[in-house]
Design a protein. Structure first.
Length: 272
């Protein structure tokens, strides 16, 4: 009897541990599985946006108001969300259209309130921000059309998300559309911290990445804080084997008005 009880207890522990493991991954899977159940219709979901982000219509202000991203042709047009204020704080709102089991559109808003839902709209409610970001990144990693590109910006706006390693992988993945990879590089360039600069520089130096994506990485370096971006651009201008990439780096150094850039120009122009 004692042996039986001990075995039962051990088995119970094993089962509970397995269930705990399943529970740990279930929420991340639930967004994808719930979306997959809608073959024809529209899915809404909301999540916590990063602090300092507000929206009005298709216009979203981020980086404490320094940046603004506009979706669609009319920045004040919103087919899914209505607003009472010029710039309304969170939550973040994502809308997915699916037709015949395929994703056909991704729309993103911040703040406001949902318009009355049609009969084909499924609302997933508030979902964890990190899991929303992971799901959106999974779209960027798998979609071969324009949907991958559209999914990246909403993912960057999710609170407490750390998607930069995934964006680096997307930028390097030649099987994905160039527009998706370029969009990844752009938002990587907006990331805070020295790690973003280092990773952008690595992308520029990697000649296995096609030139247009590397040129986008050069531009993203030019948008980094001067103490990070200028030394990286100088290194690219000095050492990169691709003359077009070197030329791009020199162009953006010329726009920086940094004394270190002028020193480089003097060195290059007076070199015998």
């Amino acid at each position: 009897m004692k042996t039986f009880k001990m075995t039962s207890l051990a088995g119970t522990v094993i089962v509970l541990a397995a269930l705990a493991g399943v529970a740990g991954i279930a929420p991340a899977q639930s967004i994808a599985s719930r979306v997959a159940r809608v073959s024809n219709g529209t899915i809404r979901m909301s999540f916590t946006a990063k602090p300092g982000i507000c929206g009005s219509g298709n216009s979203i202000r981020h980086n404490n108001g320094r940046g603004r991203t506009t979706w669609g042709n009319d920045w004040n047009n919103s087919r899914d969300v209505e607003y009472d204020y010029e710039c309304s704080l969170g939550p973040a709102r994502v809308v997915l259209d699916r037709r015949n089991g395929e994703l056909t559109d991704v729309r993103f808003y911040v703040g406001g309130r949902w318009r009355p839902a049609a009969s084909d709209v499924v609302d997933l409610g508030m979902v964890p921000a990190r899991e929303a970001a992971d799901y959106l990144v999974s779209i960027a990693q798998s979609e071969k059309g324009s949907m991958g590109e559209k999914a990246i910006f909403p993912a960057t706006m999710a609170d407490s998300s750390n998607i930069w390693p995934a964006l680096i992988k997307i930028a390097r993945n030649s099987d994905l559309p160039r527009s998706t990879r370029t969009q990844s590089v752009f938002w990587l360039g907006q990331a805070a911290g020295e790690a973003a600069t280092a990773n952008l520089k690595d992308i520029v130096l990697d000649n296995s990445v096609d030139r247009e994506v590397r040129e986008s990485a050069v531009f993203a370096l030019s948008q980094r804080p001067r103490e990070e971006g200028v030394p990286a651009l100088i290194s690219v201008a000095r050492t990169n084997k691709d003359p077009e990439i070197r030329k791009k780096a020199l162009f953006w150094l010329g726009q920086s008005h940094d004394p270190r850039a002028i020193d480089l120009f003097e060195e290059l122009l007076t070199k015998k």
